[in-house]
Design a protein around this ligand. Structure first.
Ligand code: CA
Ligand code: ZN
Length: 298
């Protein structure tokens, strides 16, 4: 299996980055990733001024997927996420919902062992997820700290082990990259970080030509969720809701009225993150409900 080390990293997703590896549809892929601080924060006493802020949010890649063309979809199955035994969190006067409560920036080092992460004296269950995963966007490069239609910094906790992420392809080969692992993160990511951690992700990537997407979709054991990012949470929520309705209408052949009522009865409009340059929301529909129609939603 192709393995890409974390020194093969980029700070923007773009068509300009040269591929560091090439895989075929159906191949497995292992990406080693640094944490979102590029490993620069090692102690709570580290001064923010000692951190090179131009090296934040690295993503390992990009990987060229043979045969993927604009208009296709990359199906990325997340087989395994292994995280390092030490994570880091931060609060700052310059990011996070509660930033006005902080004068500068402070860090907490988070020990991770036996399925638990020790945060602020409490044991938080480890639920590894990928903060940044995406393809090269259409148009200008997008910094890895931003989410969008191409994926990127979606900070969506459903993007974890056992999930499949569907990403619209905008450039030949897709140019897949990932990084910014979190040992755990709550919806909203309110302080501006999850439990930021280095690690290794094992993926299997397929090219889908039978699906057209405007924005990413994640499928877990329980739900299918449309993911959308926009300047405000309201706009992101509208977009995710519209995408799910469109999917139900096109894939399950429901009427607009039936799709809308089903979503209102059984769907969950959820917040992914509110702290990145664009906000991210998702609309999750239980697979047990979708199963009633006897066809695949994605
Ligand atoms: Ca992130
Ligand atoms: Zn992160």
């Amino acid at each position: 299996m192709i393995r890409v080390t974390s020194d093969n990293s980029i700070f923007s997703l773009s068509t300009e980055a040269a591929p560091v590896a090439r895989i075929s549809s159906g191949d497995g892929l292992v990406l080693e990733t640094a944490d979102c601080f590029s490993g620069q924060v090692r102690s709570p006493d580290d001064a923010p001024s000692s951190v090179d802020w131009s090296h934040i949010n690295p993503a390992t890649g990009p990987v060229y997927v043979e045969g993927a063309e604009p208009g296709d979809v990359l199906s990325v199955f997340i087989e395994r996420i292994e995280v390092a035994p030490r994570g880091v969190m931060a609060v700052s006067a310059s990011f996070g919902v509660l930033r006005e409560r902080f004068a500068g920036m402070s860090f907490q080092i988070v020990p991770i062992a036996e399925g638990a992460a020790r945060v602020s004296g409490a044991d938080v269950p480890v639920r590894p997820m990928i903060g940044v995963i995406g393809v090269a966007p259409a148009g200008d490069p997008v910094p890895c700290g931003s989410p969008g239609a191409h994926g990127g910094n979606m900070d969506t906790r459903l993007i974890g082990e056992g999930a499949t992420l569907y990403l619209p392809v905008f450039a030949p080969g897709g140019l897949l990259s990932a990084g910014d692992l979190h040992a755990a993160m709550g919806d909203g990511e309110i302080c501006g970080t999850g439990i930021e951690v280095a690690g290794t992700v094992t993926l299997r990537v397929d090219v889908r030509r039978d699906l057209r997407l405007e924005n990413p979709i994640v499928e877990t054991a329980e739900v299918v969720a449309t993911i959308a990012s926009a300047a405000t949470l309201d706009e992101a929520a509208d977009l995710a809701t519209r995408d799910m309705a469109d999917l139900l209408i096109s894939r399950l052949e429901l009427s607009a009225a039936d799709a809308t009522m089903l979503m209102s009865a059984a769907g969950q409009l959820q917040v992914s993150q509110v702290v990145d340059p664009l906000k991210t929301a998702r609309f999750a529909l239980p697979k047990a409900i979708i199963a009633h129609y006897g066809r695949a939603l994605v």
